[in-house]
Design a protein around this ligand. Structure first.
Ligand code: PHE
Length: 346
């Protein structure tokens, strides 16, 4: 048993300890609490010894012990609150030292990348952009473009019809937008029309029933075939590099006269010959020609005053050449392993 002196010393020692107590964590507070308030803790020990305090001192010591106990409880309460609040705040605070979460950025679709590049190239030489509907009537997809009624040229493009008599169909080419624009606008017209087109074809590595085109149309006074050639050469060099060459082969479209198909020197082998260009050194990328006067007249543009050229290119074809993609179907499958490869391109 402790005597009164010893009890008093201990009380004073503990008061000092309480005053110096400045814990750094909730754990330290807990240890402190155990040390003083546990069943066999320091306070329990003192209260045990209180029994031997002589009666005349009981009042004084009782008050001292109770004051000590209150101090211990108060100090624990204060620090507990302090640390519990910190824990809560920690959830909402931004911790700048935490490692960053790995972001998975999306990627633009390769067809969008190339479409944007085509638009950008032509915009530099004054072409503006327009789009129009994918569901067309016979007039805009065929008749106004000089496809005669019942003419076999209509079979050139296998059409998805939505309704017959009058015919409503998914457009088979973006040339329909030429008509939409010329019906509303008098020359000068210098525009490109990107869009989706549809043809009833068996899906393979080289053909699809949905694909994308960019149509070009330039109508003004004195527009010549030389203008067409220079415009296309400019485009080819911007798209495939300065070394690119082009060649025009005669062809046929009902809405252009004369008509041509343009090849660009193969940018994979530089014209030497490879499996992409089928060892010819050339790859066909577009159809073109001088707008047939009948088409201008169908749109109430005076063909005695105005001439024009038009061209239509397949975006898939150009994208495959640029990125050496060998199967057209990859564009439509949305396989992330394919799409991720275009991250960082715009
Ligand atoms: N519309 C034609 C096609 O889809 C391409 C073309 C456009 C040809 C404009 C000449 C002029 O094949």
């Amino acid at each position: 048993m402790l005597d009164v002196r010893e009890i008093e010393d201990k009380i004073n020692l503990y008061i000092g300890e309480i005053e110096d107590f400045s814990p750094e964590s909730l754990d330290e507070v807990e240890q402190f609490r155990n040390r003083f308030l546990a069943k066999k803790g320091l306070l329990a020990e003192l209260f045990e010894n209180f029994k031997s305090v002589p009666p005349e001192k009981k009042k004084e010591f009782g008050a001292k012990l109770n004051a000590l106990k209150n101090s211990v409880e108060n100090v624990i309460e204060i620090y507990k609150k302090k640390f519990e609040k910190k824990e809560e705040d920690r959830d909402t605070e931004i911790d700048l030292t935490r490692p960053a979460n790995h972001l998975q950025p999306g990627a633009r679709h390769p067809l969008s990348i190339i479409r944007n590049q085509i638009i950008e190239i032509f915009s530099r030489i004054g072409f503006t952009v327009a789009e129009d509907r994918e569901i067309e009537d016979d007039w805009h997809n065929f008749t106004a473009l000089n496809f005669p009624e019942e003419h076999p040229a209509r079979d050139m493009q296998d059409t998805f019809f939505i309704e017959k008599n009058p015919d409503i169909a998914l457009r088979t080419h973006t040339s329909s937008v030429q008509i939409r624009v010329m019906e509303k606008t008098q020359p000068p017209i210098r525009m490109i029309f990107p869009g989706r087109v549809f043809r009833n074809e068996v899906i393979s590595a080289r053909a699809h029933c949905i694909f994308h085109q960019v149509e070009g149309l330039y109508v003004d006074k004195d527009v010549s075939f030389a203008d067409l050639k220079q415009t296309l050469l400019f485009f080819a060099r911007e798209m495939f590099g300065d070394q690119s060459r082009i060649r025009l082969r005669p062809s046929y479209f009902p809405f252009t006269e004369p008509s041509g198909e343009m090849d660009v020197s193969c940018n994979i082998c530089g014209g030497v010959g490879c499996n992409i260009c089928k060892y010819t050194g050339w790859v066909e990328i577009l159809g073109c020609g001088m707008v047939d006067p009948n088409v201008l007249e169908n749109c109430k543009i005076d063909s005695n005053i105005y001439t024009g050229f038009a061209f239509g290119m397949g975006i898939e074809r150009i994208t495959m050449l640029k990125y050496q993609i060998k199967d057209l179907r990859l564009f439509f499958e949305n396989d992330l392993r394919f799409l991720r490869q275009f991250r960082g391109s715009y």
